[in-house]
Design a protein around this ligand. Structure first.
Ligand SMILES: Nc1ncnc2c1ncn2[C@@H]1O[C@H](COP(=O)(O)OP(=O)(O)O)[C@@H](O)[C@H]1O
Ligand SMILES: [Mg+2]
Length: 166
């Protein structure tokens, strides 16, 4: 997988189910959609629990390996469901094309690791730099979004010290 950058995403007949005891919980039921380069899809709307987050997690292959996923998630001509973990890592973030902004800082981030360290970890994973260079990049990114003041957050703050959003 060498292609990078934004591309076409085709989702065909995607269903996601979780085994819960003896029951199968179907969280996503035969979803079909296409997102073209430069296109903004704003039509994924539904009540809490209807499967929006599970769909996003399925696209990025962030669900537990035991999760039952059927259908196709084709990105730039490649079925993401057939990729190995290392290839999938290249798709996520770092210019690979697909990323996800999660809503709730308390449930989305590791509660016992500082915000800065978690951003630096991602920088290490996707940009190949380590140590002080990753730390500087994390500080720069925090500054870019206006979070640099130690009083209101910053590198050494923990997720619970941040607002969860509106
Ligand atoms: N790991 C899991 N195991 C079992 N059921 C799950 C799991 N994750 C999500 N679900 C269920 O899948 C459904 C869809 O959840 P979700 O995608 O989070 O909804 P939304 O984001 O639309 O509010 C819900 O019924 C939820 O309880
Ligand atoms: Mg959700």
């Amino acid at each position: 997988m060498t292609k990078t950058g934004a591309g076409v995403l085709h989702i065909r007949n995607l269903s996601v189910s979780f085994q819960s005891g003896h029951e199968l919980v179907r969280a996503v039921n035969t979803v079909n959609l296409t997102v073209k380069p430069g296109e903004i899809l704003g039509g994924l709307i539904g009540e809490t629990g209807c499967g929006k987050t599970v769909l996003g997690m399925a696209i990025l292959r962030l669900l537990h390996p035991d999760t039952l996923i059927s259908g196709e998630i084709v990105y730039n001509g490649t079925n993401l469901l057939a990729l190995g973990e290392e290839e999938m890592r290249q798709i996520r973030g770092g210019g690979g094309g697909i990323g996800m902004v999660l809503q709730n800082s308390v449930t989305s981030l590791n509660p016992v690791v500082t915000i800065g360290r978690q951003i630096a970890e991602s920088v290490e994973l996707h940009q190949g730099c380590t140590g002080d260079a990753a730390r500087s990049e994390a500080v720069r990114l925090l500054k870019e979004v206006g979070i640099s003041d130690p009083e209101t957050g910053g590198y050494d703050a923990y997720p619970h010290e941040f607002s969860g959003g509106a």
